[in-house]
Design a protein around this ligand. Structure first.
Ligand SMILES: [Zn+2]
Ligand SMILES: [Zn+2]
Length: 454
């Protein structure tokens, strides 16, 4: 999958008649977490039998391995891609076509029956009025929120094509004033108004709605969507900034400060434009360089591998990636002095609470961060995940500094793909910060006692 700037060549509509291969992976499918990831892709089957095959078929892919290859930046085997935007949007929408109540796929229906979407949200499908009626008590709780999801997943395309560009330039006010999205929006208001007007009046917007086969929503609906998309892109960089601030990390360190994004997946790297992190730099005027290193087994191929220790230019933000497990990276790169020691470690949605397998994979990293006393921030999707993750960190004797609702959580709702009536979640909705071990004092006291006895 090419990075965003290379996709801009598809920005102009193709000359009529010429077949064009448009960027093939629907964004919804490129997102892990509550929608799909390496583990989740196959678990789609348990909710909607046959759904994972339907998705692959619609994407002209043969296997999950091929899908993963594309997500990782590889070239798919054959017949992959779509002839025109209409086809792409149609196929994207087709991957949502299953009865939200009885889970029937189109192939299971008799010829006279078709799946019809809910008229309000246009997001869930039903095989008939009986299923829709029976489903309403469950669906009514999420219908309004899913209506936003259905708009956002189309509008997101403008970010991919580069037609929707983030605001840039220094902040007119000090970062301390910016406590969350409300203050950020008022700070960037003039620029945002201009950006919104330009995007709403753009040719790309017209083409988008002409291609998707549904009426173009009102300007305020589209503006709301653009705002949610902005918060989604900027949630990660600004959450890093929030962590640097809250943990009191010195960003005026000579040579620059370093943040390791631990367990980074393709979602942190795929479609991530280095410019997305400029906003983090603006949060700290006068900083002496910020080095962000994404480390994880799913870091997208082709993501800048430069992880040098050479001093940064003051005021620059350097973004790079390293493919591999964090504890190996630590041994090979950090301990050998090839990569800068982290001033802050951040893990977005590590998910170690979710299964014993994930916990086993995370344990060496969590212990390492604890024992080397690296200031650490993790984010989770929901209050339940917050409670479960906190319990694990308490059991590991980490010294918890703070936790709560993240002021820079994404405001874009994420639908649970194979279970659309489940309450949508928000990326990085909650955070936890820890530093070192809660037993340190006890241990020292113990050692003193032991020494005293000897
Ligand atoms: Zn049904
Ligand atoms: Zn609905």
């Amino acid at each position: 999958m090419p990075p965003r700037h290379r996709q801009r060549r598809h920005r102009k509509p193709p000359p009529s008649g010429a077949p064009t291969v448009v960027t093939p992976v629907p964004l919804t499918l490129s997102k892990p977490g509550p929608s799909i990831d390496a583990l989740g892709f196959c678990s789609l089957e348990s909710n909607v039998p046959g759904l994972s095959q339907l998705i692959l078929q619609k994407l002209n892919m043969k296997s999950y391995e091929e899908y993963k290859l594309v997500i990782d930046g590889g070239t798919p085997v054959s017949g992959f891609g779509f002839r025109c935007p209409q086809e792409m949007f149609q196929k994207m929408e087709d991957t949502f076509r299953f009865c939200a109540h009885c889970r029937a796929l189109p192939s299971a229906l008799s010829d006279s029956k078709v799946l019809r979407h809910c008229k309000r949200c246009r997001n869930v499908y039903y095989c008939g009025p009986e299923c829709q009626r029976s489903d309403w008590p469950a669906h009514r709780r999420v219908c309004q929120e899913l209506c936003l999801v259905a708009v956002d997943r189309l509008m997101e395309w403008l970010l991919v094509t580069g037609d929707f560009v983030l605001p840039s330039g220094p902040w007119p006010q000090q970062a301390e004033v910016v406590q969350g999205w409300d203050t950020w929006f008022s700070l960037r208001r003039l620029q945002l108004d201009a950006t919104m007007d330009a995007v709403l009046g753009s040719h790309a917007m017209t083409t988008l709605w002409a291609s998707v086969g549904r009426p173009r929503p009102d300007p305020d609906v589209l503006q709301g969507s653009l705002k949610r998309l902005l918060t989604d892109v900027l949630s990660r960089p600004l959450t890093l900034g929030f962590g640097l601030q809250a943990l009191g990390i010195n960003v005026k360190k000579t040579g620059g400060s370093t943040v390791h994004v631990v367990g980074a997946s393709h979602v942190e790297t795929f479609l991530t434009h280095p410019g997305d992190y400029d906003e983090l730099g603006h949060m700290f005027p006068g900083h002496l360089g910020l080095r962000i290193i994404m480390v994880g087994v799913d870091v997208a191929a082709g993501f800048s591998e430069s992880t040098s220790t050479s001093p940064l230019e003051p005021g620059t933000v350097q973004l790079s990636g390293h493919r591999g497990l964090y504890h190996n990276f630590w041994e090979e790169q950090v301990e050998t002095g090839q990569t800068a020691h982290p001033d802050l470690a951040v893990a977005f949605h590590p998910g170690f609470h979710a299964s014993p397998d994930l916990m086993e994979a995370w344990l060496p990293t969590l212990l390492l961060l604890r024992d080397y006393e690296i200031p650490t921030l993790i984010t989770v999707y929901s209050q339940q995940e917050l409670a479960a993750s906190l319990q694990i960190l308490v059991d590991l004797d980490t010294h918890l500094i703070a936790y709560g609702a993240n002021p820079f959580a994404s405001l874009k709702p994420e639908q649970v793909y194979s279970n659309p009536n489940k309450q949508p979640v928000y990326c990085s909705a909650y955070y936890i910060m820890f530093l070192g071990s809660s037993c340190q004092l006890d241990k020292r006291q113990l050692e003193e006692k032991v020494d005293g006895r000897v």
